[in-house]
Design a protein around this ligand. Structure first.
Ligand SMILES: Nc1ncnc2c1ncn2[C@@H]1O[C@H](COP(=O)(O)OP(=O)(O)O)[C@@H](O)[C@H]1O
Ligand SMILES: [Mg+2]
Length: 476
């Protein structure tokens, strides 16, 4: 027991350990502990006279009215009955459970603390300073605010803010957000819960779906179209009727406020584009349990500009030059999307990628490099066409002529008095002297072949590079 509690303490956060120590100092060495004793210990830690959230919001610590399991206090040889890991078995559904024969387990770590690595007892996400609501945000927000159970399926191409939208609605409304990323291997055990080996003992741990149900949280089944048929265990949950945990014989009813969102790149009917590998056709009856399905589009250019501006601000960018880049970047992503939907290109630039390009720009302060880094994952032809499209939009990102290697001609630094000498040298090599004088630069110029003769060295031939020619043709 002592060993077990020591290991428990080792995994405690400093604030948690401080409270446990304060309880022990106050003579509380057995669990459960009263609300008053915890509040007093909290005051001794210099905090308010209340039960801290890591205990209050941890369902597995509830030991009855005004009582909480705090087995960590049981140091110094005091025996403390550990809390029952398995919640009460409903008489209507008696099932043989391994919990009944297992030795009394240690406190089942709450899904909340486990999900946050013990960092926080709340799953309310932080608000993103850079978040700009758009698309279906208002409708989805209204559904969450209604408190009604109304599962929503959000479909749309990658990186256009589906996941972030649900997260930020929760952040705005102080709602717990249970995000579960679904894969073809996700099963009942991952979703509803299962037995875990904790400190040498087998303990039932609620899965995120059950935790969200019990706490009235917002459950996000992210990338649901990657699921196998194992996802069908959620059928009753999607009906809002509660679920029976057959392994521990417990019936769990959803608490008020429980809500489900699912996101996916497809509509759950498979992927014809071949872009979303491993997506599956979902069971029709499963899909039918989502009363609403919305299609998330990429943000409009004006919205994406707001996002880019906010991201730039958060990265300390805001000079005219930065704003200029942001403006061109959004035009570029927007044009690529238009082309993509017109079958002009095979790849798309997502909002996620745009944000990543801004981040690269903040580090390198080089537009072209940032774009280059952002498109490197595409094949060579796509990279080239995306970069040249950007250069067409933003002349400032064109490769410096010196780097292009394409010499158009050589300018001579001859003086006005030397003009006849120059003319004669050109003619001697068979060159035409007409149009060899640049009236704007007021310089004579020669060709590469003429320069190679070495006859013009006295006038320091300086290379003039090809500039990108304005072509009417599209660069792809
Ligand atoms: N409305 C928004 N405001 C600000 N940034 C956003 C917004 N939507 C998306 N982003 C940016 O795009 C990234 C990808 O969004 P995400 O929600 O993961 O896309 P999806 O789930 O559609 O694949 C986010 O991490 C964020 O940087
Ligand atoms: Mg997502």
């Amino acid at each position: 027991m002592g060993t077990e509690n020591r290991s428990l303490k080792l995994t405690m956060k400093p604030a948690q350990k401080q409270l446990v120590d304060a309880l022990i100092t106050a003579g509380v060495v057995t669990s459960p502990v009263t609300r008053a004793a915890i509040a007093e210990a909290n005051v001794a830690c210099g905090k308010s006279a209340s039960v801290p959230s890591w205990i209050l919001h941890d369902q597995s610590r509830r030991a009855g009215r005004g009582l909480f399991h705090v087995p960590e206090v049981a140091g110094g040889g005091h025996e403390t009955p550990a809390p029952a890991a398995a919640p009460v078995v409903q008489p209507a559904a008696p099932v043989e459970s391994p919990v009944q024969t297992a030795p009394p387990p240690a406190a089942a770590p709450s899904a909340t603390l486990a999900l946050t690595g013990g960092e926080s007892a709340t799953l309310v996400p932080n608000r993103m300073r850079t978040y700009v609501p758009f698309g279906h945000f208002d409708d989805m927000e209204r559904i969450v605010m209604s408190g009604l159970f109304y599962p929503c399926f959000v479909t749309g191409l990658s990186g256009n803010g589906k996941t972030t939208m649900v997260e930020q609605i929760c952040a705005k409304h102080n709602r717990e957000f249970y995000r579960v990323n679904i894969t073809c291997q996700t099963d009942e055990d991952d979703l509803l819960g299962g037995f875990r080996l904790i400190n040498g003992e087998t303990v039932w741990c609620d899965g995120p779906v059950v935790a969200a149900m019990k706490n009235g949280g917002v459950l996000l089944l992210d990338e649901i179209d990657l699921a196998s048929h194992a996802i069908m265990c959620l059928q009753p949950v999607l009906e809002g009727k509660g679920v029976f945990l057959k392994k521990i014989g417990q019936w769990v009813q959803p608490a008020a406020g429980f809500q489900i969102f699912a996101t996916a790149n497809t509509k759950g009917k498979g992927d014809e584009s071949g872009k979303f590998a491993a997506t599956n056709v979902l069971n029709e009856a499963f899909l039918d349990r989502f009363p609403v399905c919305v299609e998330q589009e990429y943000p409009e250019m004006s919205t994406e500009k707001k996002i880019v501006t906010a991201v730039m601000k958060s990265l300390g960018l805001g000079e005219k030059e930065d704003k200029d880049f942001g403006k061109h970047l959004c035009k570029w992503s927007n044009e690529i999307r238009t082309l993509y939907f017109a079958d002009g290109v095979d790849e798309i630039v997502t909002t996620r990628r745009v944000v990543n390009i801004v981040t690269a720009y903040s580090m390198f302060r080089d537009r072209r490099k940032a774009i280059q880094m952002g498109v490197t994952r595409f094949d060579a032809a796509t990279q080239e066409s995306f970069i040249s499209l950007y250069e067409k939009i933003d002349a400032a990102a064109q490769v410096a002529p010196e780097e292009s290697g394409e010499v158009a001609r050589y300018d001579l630094d001859s003086t006005f008095d030397q003009k006849d000498e120059v003319k004669q040298a050109i003619r001697m090599l068979g060159g035409n002297t007409r149009e060899r004088f640049d009236p704007v630069k007021k310089k004579w110029w020669i060709t590469q072949a003429e320069k190679d003769t070495g006859a013009f060295e006295a006038w320091n031939p300086a290379p003039v590079y090809e500039t990108a020619t304005e072509s009417e043709e599209a660069p792809w």
